[in-house]
Design a protein around this ligand. Structure first.
Ligand code: ZN
Length: 471
């Protein structure tokens, strides 16, 4: 089928409201970090699963690439199209109905275009908790969260996005709909097919709806900002916080002094919670079944013990929601602080938790001789996931080959010690070469054979995860 005939047929299916015009196109063609500026033959926004299926059927027949896009907040260019003639963006933004919150089964059923914060609010309205939480939750959408297997701030207690999924509805490239929205907790009937599409970054099909797990709302939340002696001590505090509270620890974020300093230097109104500067910080949060007084007492006892043990050297407990928000704002403003400091070389890495202190020492030893830099390390210590970002000296920029040398040295070392070069941000197009280099050949072979089976014409998100096959 000629592409122009296919595009006309797609326009007929989705109607005027389903075609995004040129004046609104820019937001769909540039990725969140503005690393990539793409092009597409059309930006299509279907209103239903049936419309998605009809669009995919045509694209499959005409060999038109389909780039699914939800909130477009990803970090790896995974939702950016790169062909003005033979690719369309398929936006899920019009599919934003929350179908059901089931207070008996503790589930939420929603379309892929539902904004994460709206899903959280719908659960909360029933006294329940959707624990998936990340910095972009006001604009990211469920379909993207699942397609990228988002991580975020509560993984230490509740797991990654894939741990929260009970069912999916997926449109395959053929236009067939693989639907399992029963929301069963237990269903041992062969391969868990939904997991194939979670984290697949839209390369196998389009997620159109999901059933997510809900939990009880905690009765109270306690938030503390701690200065710790070193990263070993931070690990010990996190471990004790889990054991001594019966796993009430829902967040365990590490911040280096450099990361905090970037926020304090560049953001108006940001204030150091402690009187004296320290090299290492932990932002921890407890939440659970205890009331305000009981959970506060538990946190204070934990801090007293850790102060006595010398691992914690100073700290502040949030006394109000405003103080809690201010502490979290420091953590969540780090990417912005880094942006002001120059073009950083960023990494989202996973390290076996116990080996993080040794990793930090050795990585510094290996990277420093390559180029002068400041090291902004922060992230989800409780998950072994660090954002390991290199900041150029003030007023300077890394040459591209220097940046590549730093990243290459870091990833080779991470590979040596059994870590991962992409913990929660995924691959997209940004880390495609690294996937080819560091993923085992057997894993890659199985991934490619799954791709070939489900998407034989290679229309789904071409060039993401893998190189696009030669046309
Ligand atoms: Zn993160």
């Amino acid at each position: 089928m000629d592409p122009s005939i296919a595009l006309n047929r797609i326009a007929d299916i989705v109607g005027d409201r389903g075609i995004i015009g040129p004046s609104d196109a820019a937001a769909y063609l540039v990725d969140h970090r503005a690393l990539y500026s793409g092009a597409a033959a059309a930006i299509v926004a279907p209103a239903s699963t049936d419309e998605v299926a009809a669009v995919l059927r045509i694209c499959n027949e005409a060999c038109i690439g389909v780039v699914p896009q939800a909130g477009n907040t990803g970090y790896c260019g995974g939702a950016t199209p790169f062909d003005a003639e033979r690719q369309i963006v398929l936006s899920l933004a019009r599919m934003r109905q929350i179908h059901r919150v089931d207070p008996v089964g503790f589930t939420l059923t929603a379309d892929a275009g539902v904004i994460l914060a709206d899903a959280q609010a719908a659960a909360e309205h029933e006294g329940l908790l959707l624990p998936l939480s990340l910095g972009s939750e006001g604009s990211c959408r469920i379909g993207g969260n699942l397609s990228t297997n988002a991580g975020g701030l509560n993984v230490v207690r509740y797991g990654m996005a894939r741990d929260l999924v009970l069912g999916l509805e997926v449109v395959l490239p053929s236009g067939d709909v693989l639907s399992d929205l029963k929301g069963l907790r237990k269903d041992n009937t062969g391969y868990d097919l939904k997991q194939l599409f979670i984290g697949a970054e839209g390369t196998l099909g389009v997620i159109t709806a999901a059933v997510l797990k809900l939990f009880a709302q905690p009765r109270s939340v306690q938030t503390a900002w701690l200065a710790v002696t070193d990263v070993d001590a931070a690990n010990a505090v996190v471990g004790l916080a889990r054991r001594s509270t019966g796993d009430m620890l829902v967040s365990a974020e590490y911040l280096s002094r450099t990361s905090l300093a970037l926020v304090l230097e560049h953001l108006d109104g940001a204030r150091d919670p402690l009187a004296v500067a320290h090299e290492h910080y932990l932002l921890i949060e407890l939440a659970g079944p205890l009331d305000e007084l009981q959970s506060r007492a538990l946190l204070e006892r934990l801090l007293e013990e850790e102060l006595a043990a010398g691992r914690v050297v100073d700290g502040a407990i949030a006394e109000s929601n405003a103080q809690r928000d201010a502490l979290w704002a420091l953590r969540e403003s780090i990417p912005e602080g880094e942006r002001h400091a120059g073009q950083c070389v960023k990494h989202d890495i996973s390290i076996p938790i116990a080996e993080i202190p040794a990793f930090l020492d050795e990585a510094r030893r290996r990277l420093m001789p390559i180029a002068a830099h400041r090291l902004s390390v922060f992230g989800h210590l409780g998950d072994g996931n660090l954002h390991y970002n290199l900041v150029p000296p003030a007023g300077e920029a890394f040459a591209p080959e220097t940046a590549a040398a730093l990243t290459g040295m870091l990833y080779d070392y991470i590979d040596e010690i059994g870590g991962s070069f992409s913990a929660e941000h995924g691959i997209g197009i940004f880390r495609r070469d690294e996937l080819a280099r560091y993923k085992s050949p057997l894993s890659l072979e199985i991934m490619r054979s799954i791709k070939a089976t489900l998407d034989p014409h290679g229309i789904m998100n071409p060039g993401k995860l893998f190189d696009a096959p030669d046309a």
